[in-house]
Design a protein around this ligand. Structure first.
Ligand SMILES: Nc1nc2c(c(=O)[nH]1)N[C@H]1C(S)=C(S)[C@@H](COP(=O)(O)OP(=O)(O)OC[C@H]3O[C@@H](n4cnc5c(=O)[nH]c(N)nc54)[C@H](O)[C@@H]3O)O[C@H]1N2
Ligand SMILES: Nc1nc2c(c(=O)[nH]1)N[C@H]1C(S)=C(S)[C@@H](COP(=O)(O)OP(=O)(O)OC[C@H]3O[C@@H](n4cnc5c(=O)[nH]c(N)nc54)[C@H](O)[C@@H]3O)O[C@H]1N2
Ligand code: SF4
Ligand SMILES: [Mo]
Length: 699
């Protein structure tokens, strides 16, 4: 038998562990961690890369051919068609929409990217003329990114120094070992190295992640009100004068206004709203501020509330007050200029961002980041306001399982006149499509991975096997569609030509990149870069942001802003419990539920409940429980967790059942987004309340 080995990067979560694919006779027989190259391979305890990737490459249910729906939406009846026919139908429908209603009546809907599919999706939308590109940015990444941008002028990430000391680490609403959002590039290996040197650890999480067990302090806040807690810590740091005075004097603007604001409330107010005792708030503030440099890694839990932007602003300010920005062992800037700028790829010369025409024009930071919040798409399809959206193309996304207000999403997808979905498997969303396109995974085609962009790594994912059947890379689908739409001058003869093009700033070819495998970013400290470190108008860290004020956004993270979350997230007599969620440790979002090994480990949706809360509801472990609020009702299986606050329940996210073919994969049975509202929204980014939602439970 002929065998070969190929280095590549895990495409399941943002940590992108370095892996080796073992190929025999054209099949991947095994995937193992890469222990030899020295590139980080921080495999999660579930070993999703080694387990799920070979299972997915070889899965019999992979989509293999373009399909056209022949039954009713959701009926599951399909006929195989050729790529030529599929592209012809799609181009014809898009052109018809453009001619009758304008290009903006076609939406481009994108999920978390793995390689260049996001870039291609944006480029096609731009050149076709629609500003309506929908992404999960409204509750993923944008709030952290924008807070960093307005506070520091650019994204600040973990310095990951091997030798420099970090005195304290705070992990806040982030699960670095199992999940790996890598929002500030904090990898478990780097954390563990610091902890081994005696660095203090604070965890702020309603659930006991592995790091909570090792923490010097574990805080279990009320879900959804982290912004209030962050202001409480800031208050202690300012009023006990624990901040870095030299840094604050030389490098910040607006400190006095923040000081004045935090004097308007008491620590008792903070404790009451967040369920965190005053003594813990004080202890956390002291531990974080007195063990400098200290770094705070906040995760996705803070981005899904109606106060998300200001919560993330408070987190950025907290980081900065300790002077741990731009120093070894703290947070630094990582700049990657060896990849063609993605923004320029999205908007080729002569195509500026069309903010005014976007259905998201009221969300000023959303249009600034060129995305439409997911629920804005749903509302627009349903209402026809401000104008109709009739057709949509979906790449790498499963909205029926992941968008808030799942019933509204269902209605909207049912109402679309024309719907194209590209995926690797059938999902609840593909079942509502008119055309389904089979996608090839990294490894089945050559690509470049650069996401999450702020970590600055550019990685090579070469092709080492053929895709199943006639599956194509998303970027190829979009490239060929672009040509069909008469936009050939913005696309490539052969899509693989784009790989050399993207690497042109690095001065290497894709072939050379295959040996090099990774391009690391350049790291900047404050020292030596004083004149350009903070790319803000003042050239300093902006505690008070006039730029935000000019945009009509609160220039300081005021307590009143944080309390907007409370209006949505308050328990009541009818709904006395608060639910929140984390991502599933065994799966990526709603995907990969068809991997048999992982499904054996995690066969169904499980809700964690405190035993006392369960007892009061007459529930035993293993029972099926109804979780209900005014939006709807779902069912999950009870698991006791005595570490949870008895007022909090933690249902599983992203569940549908690929084996339940008859009933649209039981898309609503366990889907927590049935219980999530699509409004109100954070005013500038469109974030909705995903964490901290009232509910009740019963048998
Ligand atoms: N295995 C796996 N990995 C993934 C993903 C996946 O689905 N599965 N998804 C990827 C994506 S798209 C993202 S955005 C990242 C997200 O990665 P993370 O940033 O780690 O986000 P979550 O897992 O959503 O939540 C992190 C932690 O927040 C806690 N939490 C929940 N609600 C609250 C709250 O109100 N306050 C506080 N302080 N904590 C809270 C949860 O208990 C959890 O431990 O992970 C990526 N990686
Ligand atoms: N209640 C609640 N809702 C949430 C969250 C939450 O924590 N709670 N998290 C939010 C977050 S952070 C995010 S990022 C969103 C994510 O929401 P989505 O963007 O919908 O993400 P996924 O569920 O991963 O859907 C990705 C789909 O792409 C398919 N896929 C995988 N690889 C490829 C490929 O190479 N090509 C193509 N075409 N398809 C592929 C997978 O099979 C899967 O069906 O969900 C959000 N929704
Ligand atoms: S899913 Fe696991 S193996 Fe894959 S990148 Fe994430 S942590 Fe690494
Ligand atoms: Mo996300």
């Amino acid at each position: 038998m002929s065998g070969s080995q190929h280095g590549f990067f895990c495409f399941l979560c943002g940590k992108h562990c370095s892996l080796i694919a073992h190929v025999q006779d054209g099949r991947v027989v095994k995937v193992t961690p890469d222990t030899a190259s020295g590139i980080l391979s921080d495999i999660c305890p579930d070993a999703k890369g080694p387990v799920t990737i070979p299972a997915t490459y070889n899965h019999p249910d992979r989509l293999k051919y373009p399909l056209r729906r022949i039954g009713a939406k959701g009926e599951g009846k399909w006929e195989r068609i050729s790529w030529d026919e599929a592209l012809g139908v799609i181009a014809e429908k898009m052109t018809a929409c453009k001619e009758s209603l304008g290009p903006e009546s076609v939406a481009m809907v994108l999920g978390e990217p793995k390689g260049l599919e996001f870039a291609f999706g944006q480029r096609l939308a731009t050149t076709f003329g629609t500003p309506n590109v929908i992404t999960p940015g409204c509750y993923c990444g944008v709030q952290t990114g924008a807070a960093n941008l307005y506070t520091f002028g650019s994204m600040m990430v973990n310095a990951d120094d091997v030798t420099d000391p970090t005195g304290a680490v705070m992990i806040w609403g982030n699960n670095p070992r199992h999940i790996g959002g890598t929002f500030n590039g904090m990898m478990p290996t780097e954390l563990d190295r610091r902890l081994a040197r005696g660095c203090k650890l604070i965890v702020v999480d309603p659930g006991k992640i592995d790091y909570a067990a090792r923490a010097d302090l574990w805080i279990k806040p009320k879900p959804g009100l982290d912004g209030v807690l962050a202001l409480g810590l800031i208050k202690v740091i300012i009023e006990e004068a624990l901040y870095d005075k030299a840094f604050v004097t030389r490098w910040t603007v607006g400190f006095d206004r923040l000081k004045a604001h935090v004097s308007t409330f008491t620590l008792g107010d903070v404790a009451r709203e967040t369920w965190v005792e005053e003594t813990q708030i004080v202890e956390a503030a002291r531990m974080f501020a007195l063990n400098r440099p200290s770094i705070l890694g906040s995760g996705n839990a803070l981005e899904g509330t109606v106060a998300a932007l200001q919560t993330c602003r408070a987190i950025s300010i907290l980081n900065g007050l300790t002077g741990s920005v731009g120093v070894p062992g703290g947070l630094v800037i990582k700049d990657q200029n060896e990849l063609y700028r993605p923004g320029r790829f999205y908007f080729p010369k002569g195509f500026p961002r069309q903010k005014e025409g976007s259905i998201a024009r009221d969300f000023i930071l959303a249009v600034g980041s060129a995305y439409v919040p997911t629920q804005t798409l749903v509302n627009t399809i349903l209402s026809g306001e401000p104008y109709p959206i009739k057709a949509a193309l979906f790449f790498v996304t499963n909205p029926l399982s992941t968008y808030p207000d799942a019933h509204a999403t269902y209605e909207a997808l049912m109402k679309l006149d024309f719907m194209v979905v590209a995926d690797i498997f059938h999902t609840p969303t593909t079942q509502l499509a008119d055309i389904v396109l089979p996608a090839a995974l990294p490894g089945e085609h050559a690509t470049i991975a650069y996401w999450p962009a702020w970590v600055g790594h550019v990685k090579c994912d070469p092709k080492f096997i053929d895709p199943p059947g006639e599956a194509w890379a998303d970027m190829k689908m979009i490239n060929e569609l672009g040509k069909r739409l008469g936009l050939g001058e913005y696309f490539w003869n052969d899509v693989d030509e784009v790989l050399d093009f993207m690497l042109s700033p690095a001065g290497i070819t894709y072939k050379q990149f295959m040996t090099q495998r990774i391009i690391y970013p350049k790291k900047y400290y404050l020292k030596g870069n004083e004149d350009r470190f903070f790319q803000t108008p003042s050239g300093k860290m902006e505690i008070y942001s006039e730029r935000m004020e000019q945009l009509g956004i609160s220039p300081l993270p005021y307590l009143e802003e944080m309390m907007r979350a409370k209006q949505v997230a308050s328990e009541s007599e009818e709904y006395p419990l608060i639910f929140t969620n984390r991502k599933e440790t065994g799966f990526m979002l709603s995907g990969y539920r068809a991997d048999p090994k992982m499904r054996k480990r995690y066969p169904e949706a499980v809700v964690e409940i405190h035993p006392e809360t369960a007892r009061r509801a007459g529930l035993s472990e293993g029972d099926m429980v109804n979780i209900e609020n005014r939006k709807g009702r779902i069912t999950q299986k009870v698991k006791f967790n005595h570490e949870l606050d008895p007022r909090v329940v933690m249902p599983a996210f992203g569940w549908w059942y690929p084996e339940a073919k008859e009933d649209l994969y039981e898309w609503r049975k366990s889907n927590i987004n049935v219980l999530v509202d699509g409004s109100p929204e954070e005013r500038s980014t469109g974030a909705v309340q995903l964490r901290g939602i009232p509910c009740k439970i019963y048998k």
